[in-house]
Design a protein around this ligand. Sequence first.
Ligand SMILES: NC(=O)c1ccc[n+]([C@@H]2O[C@H](COP(=O)([O-])OP(=O)(O)OC[C@H]3O[C@@H](n4cnc5c(N)ncnc54)[C@H](OP(=O)(O)O)[C@@H]3O)[C@@H](O)[C@H]2O)c1
Length: 384
Amino acid sequence: MDRLKSRRTFIKKGVLFGAGISLLGSPLYACTSNKSSRKLSILILGGTSFLGPHQIAYAISRGHSVTTFTRGKTKPTIHADVFDKVEQLIGDRENDLSALKDRSWDVVIDNSGRKTEWTRKTATLLKEKSGLYLYISSTGVYFPYKSDGIKEDTKVLLKTPEGVSDDILKMNYDYGVMKATSELAAKKAFGVNRTIVVRPTYMFGPGDLTNRFIHWPIRLSKGGNVLVPGKKDDPVQYIDVRDVAEWCIRLAENKTNGTFNAVGPSKSMNIQGFVKEAASAFNVNNNLIYVNDYDFLRKNKVYYIVPWIIQDSYSYGSARISTEKAKESGLVYRDLPNSIKETYDWWYSDALTDDIRQRFEGNPNTILAREQDIIKKWISTNKK
Ligand SMILES: NC(=O)c1ccc[n+]([C@@H]2O[C@H](COP(=O)([O-])OP(=O)(O)OC[C@H]3O[C@@H](n4cnc5c(N)ncnc54)[C@H](OP(=O)(O)O)[C@@H]3O)[C@@H](O)[C@H]2O)c1
């Protein structure tokens, strides 16, 4: 139950939060940001939180023009420097799309889709005068994750099953169903040949204020006994937000249509491999303590440390999603240690206030705060 609750919290936060700044240089960014031969006009529904600013920075660097559509509440602090080159329209997807009327764009990117109706309305409004519609969905459409190697053509639920009385479980279903039916709404308006659907897994990177992934950069920078949760072969999947952002723009440039999982890493990885590789971002001694007993982890309220999530019948396939189609379509990945280090640098940069950092690092309920006690218990349990 608690695990599902935590999953729900992720989803909720993933949808509702996000602000930050990223002016961090990246070698891959530099080498893929040459000008595009086709200049596009791009409308981003959203654009000012986490994924959006990275899309905008890349699009501008490729020579495209960008318009955003938001309520004007979330301030663009990621890549803040590029926003003076962005046309910023104000409205509300709930009830005021007037700023979009009688306008046309080559590409519409729908980042802020939180209700099927929102996507239906914007796609219907924009379909005659705009070229492509790129909808940011989620691997949440595959919930519950029952199988291995989930591909894009896997049948997804379009309705929350009857009789789901648990509200947390229901929320997981509802989120997946909302994303899946929004995909259909986009396709219905624009047609399949003019629609791109991108389904990201857990995204992390500079600008992520959901506090889901930051555990690892902070923890691995400190050294000492590090709790590594789960069984050796528990798979993990994740993706640097910048890899998704830049690939979205390239898909649009290439007028690619279709549905794509936005999932990494390139090769399958388990939690132990993940922690070892991530730890190499820092020059400190980490003593990895493998806590591989699910009952012990549950008892100590360790249900997840993203990208790891405890394996059960609902989550089994959540980190076993196929990456093949995306890679064939040009998705490339940054190195994990670089992503970890750049996320760490962003977290401790002037872009964030001490107050923001403290809300996470000073929270006694986080695993960061409880880790050493859990490790002590684990060691004493195993000595018996
Ligand atoms: N984070 C993850 O790991 C993850 C994983 C899978 C899928 N996703 C999906 O990725 C997408 C990208 O999210 P993001 O936050 O990074 O995108 P973003 O485009 O950077 O920011 C979200 C934008 O939505 C705008 N917005 C919110 N409510 C609005 C409304 N009623 N009318 C108009 N604009 C509104 C916000 O601005 P204002 O507040 O100023 O309106 C903000 O600009 C989401 O659809 C999410 O479900 C995320």
